[in-house]
Design a binder for this molecule. Structure first.
Ligand code: HBI
Ligand code: FE
Length: 302
């Protein structure tokens, strides 16, 4: 069962964002809400359509085969925000996953508990027409368009469940920040070396028009072969494009990751070196050495 040790504080932060009365607790302890699919407005479906169409144009030749394949087999289309009940039916048959609706970010323990039970919490709301490229919290487009196609893949399906199981432990051990980096640089911003070139599998990239192009084609970022301990030591950017992307050789590599005993790793990483997002190390398997110009320019302007 779920123990909500640090939930009250985080619940306050999250409920504040959602305009609930300060410190109000959600109706259900697992933070799920009804998707209320029937209640989306024409404008909301329209925002989905705009986002869907522009991403769908960009993704051929950029998204990995598993993403394209997952998308094709799911009831996800341009014309309406997908119905989580229909998504769950298909997912359940394929990999045993479901999609459940949440108001936005949920406390870590709640998030992990869902993943550990193969329930993917998806934001119920959709961004407003004037904020198509800007998001403070995961909405239904990021979660469904970005994450759900990959959940049709058995390796990713197991890996994300393992993250949920490992997350609860990592939090107890006080090393959640290290594990969260692994999630960030794989599930959210991961690249995959496919036989025909580098491809996107990370949901944060696949759901972002600008980062889709930046991550693969811009000369600025580093693209580095994935190494678990290296990634655990590496800070990431939450407010802008990544300065480095980490590249796996196949999705099965994630399944192997899920089997590794993290305890000895945590012990080593806990007080070793920490790396900045743009660092390149002598020991890195460098696929592309970035120019760094994009972030240098941003820093100059700031
Ligand atoms: N909640 N809905 C939602 N989606 C996330 O990706 C998410 C979350 N809560 C916590 C969280 N992610 C991360 O802070 C953990 O992965 C560490
Ligand atoms: Fe995400």
């Amino acid at each position: 069962m779920l123990t909500l040790t640090e939930a009250p504080l985080q619940a306050q932060a999250a409920s504040a964002k959602h305009g609930l009365a300060g410190g109000a607790t959600p109706d259900r302890p697992d933070w799920t809400i009804e998707q209320g699919w029937e209640h989306y407005s024409a404008e909301e479906h329209g925002v989905w359509k705009t986002l869907f169409e522009r991403q769908t144009k960009l993704l051929p030749g950029r998204a990995c085969d598993a993403f394209v394949d997952g998308m094709r087999r799911l009831p996800i289309g341009a014309d309406e925000i997908p119905d989580f009940r229909r998504l769950s039916e298909v997912l359940m048959k394929q990999t045993g996953w479901q999609v459940v609706a949440v108001p936005g970010l949920v406390p870590d323990e709640v998030f992990f508990e869902h993943l550990a039970n193969r329930r993917f919490p998806s934001g119920q709301f959709i961004r407003k027409p004037h904020e198509l490229d800007y998001l403070e919290e995961p909405d239904v487009f990021h979660d469904v368009f970005g994450h759900v196609p990959m959940l049709m893949n058995p390796a990713i399906a197991d890996y994300i469940q393992a993250y949920g199981q490992g997350g609860l432990r990592a939090k107890e051990l006080g090393v959640l920040d290290k594990l969260a980096r692994v999630y960030w640089y794989t599930v959210e911003f991961g690249l995959l070396r496919q036989r025909d070139g580098l491809r996107i599998y990370g949901a944060g990239i696949a759901s972002s028009r600008t980062e889709t192009v930046f991550s693969l084609e811009d000369p600025s970022p580093n693209r580095i072969g994935f190494d678990l301990e290296r990634v655990m030591r590496t800070h990431y950017r939450i407010d802008d494009f990544q300065e480095s992307y980490f590249v796996i050789d196949d999705l099965e590599a994630l399944m192997e990751l899920a089997r590794i005993d993290f305890a000895p790793l945590y012990a080593r990483v806990r007080d070793g070196m920490e790396y900045q997002p743009g660092d390149v190390l002598a020991t890195d398997d460098v696929i592309t050495r970035g120019t760094g110009h994009y972030h240098a320019q941003r820093r100059a302007k700031a």
